[in-house]
Design a protein. Structure first.
Length: 64
């Protein structure tokens, strides 16, 4: 994982998932700093299926 994090947590509330803490990984997942092909492909797949990704402070919000 980018940013040197040793642990992250998923919270799930219906179709809304929150991943935190994000550290420096937010830029990678959102494509602003394309250093991880897997993260970019996952983001594109979620968006193609109608989902959304957004940064919120140190969290990634995924709505499916």
């Amino acid at each position: 994982m980018h940013g040197g994090l040793t642990r992250v947590t998923w919270r799930v509330d219906g179709r809304r998932l929150t991943l935190s803490p994000l550290g420096d990984s937010g830029e990678v997942v959102m494509g602003d700093s394309p250093r991880d092909l897997g993260a970019l492909v996952a983001r594109l797949a979620i968006e193609q299926l109608g989902g959304t990704l957004a940064l919120d402070d140190d969290s990634l919000l995924v709505v499916l």
